[in-house]
Design a protein around this ligand. Structure first.
Ligand SMILES: [Zn+2]
Length: 228
């Protein structure tokens, strides 16, 4: 295991987002000029690769902007519990009152959101680009941007993690045309997750244990062929 990828002292904490990105020198702050908000972080290598990709896109008249990057366990917990407890609507619905069965509620939230500890955003290798609205990418500017990424992102080490669900990707989150992963670092991290994270690590948030860990794993490993 290489320290440059996994870091010290505890790679299990890192993989689950228990990291202070601002104080960890494997991470770099994303300039606000290329993001939609201040104070986001990425692994340095991923940010460098994104900058190169962004420049190449700009030369083709395409603007790429980071909407979301590294996200800690606590940040993911806020998002998750907001949805779990009905303080943040999902598809316009209050999950707490709409779905009483914990497993069903978890599955509904997990169409697009990860359980804390299992998000690839914890790793600082994954970014959301330009919009979270699936419709945005279906026409006009969004469609052009997405097509550019499909044609070119691989040249910079990025791939679309959650492609359309089909025979090759039967399990996991719904399609996300905005979510791209920096493979050179994400790949060994996924292997680390596979070998080290267990059901016992699913704790510290409301709704932990609502579905079996084997099912949680299907989301984590349910990624596109290109990203494997
Ligand atoms: Zn994402």
């Amino acid at each position: 295991m290489s320290c440059t990828v996994f870091g010290q002292p505890d790679p299990l904490d890192y993989i689950m987002g228990k990291v202070n990105y601002a104080e960890d020198d494997r991470f770099a702050k994303i300039p606000s000029s290329i993001a939609n908000k201040e104070g986001m972080y990425l692994r340095k290598e991923a940010l460098e690769a994104f900058q190169k990709m962004r420049k190449a896109a700009a030369e083709d008249g395409i603007t790429l902007r980071i909407m979301s990057a590294a996200r800690s366990f606590n940040h993911q917990k806020q998002i998750w519990e907001g949805k779990w407890n009905g303080n943040r609507l999902v598809d316009g619905k209050n999950m707490k009152t709409a779905i009483s069965d914990p497993a069903e509620r978890a599955r509904f939230i997990m169409k697009y959101s990860s359980m804390p500890g299992t998000s690839r955003h914890h790793w600082g290798t994954d970014i959301d680009i330009n919009s979270f609205n699936p419709d945005y990418f279906d026409s006009g500017r969004g469609q052009k941007e997405y097509q550019w990424l499909v044609d070119n992102a691989h040249r910079f080490g990025f791939c679309q993690t959650y492609t359309e669900k089909d025979k090759e990707r039967p399990h996991g989150y719904e399609e996300e045309k905005w979510h791209w992963t920096y493979m050179p670092i994400a790949k060994p991290l996924l292997t680390f997750f596979k070998n080290n994270v267990t059901g016992a690590d699913m704790k510290g948030f409301d709704g932990a244990g609502s579905i079996p860990f084997e099912e949680v794993q299907k989301y984590v490993f349910g990624i596109s062929k290109e990203c494997q």
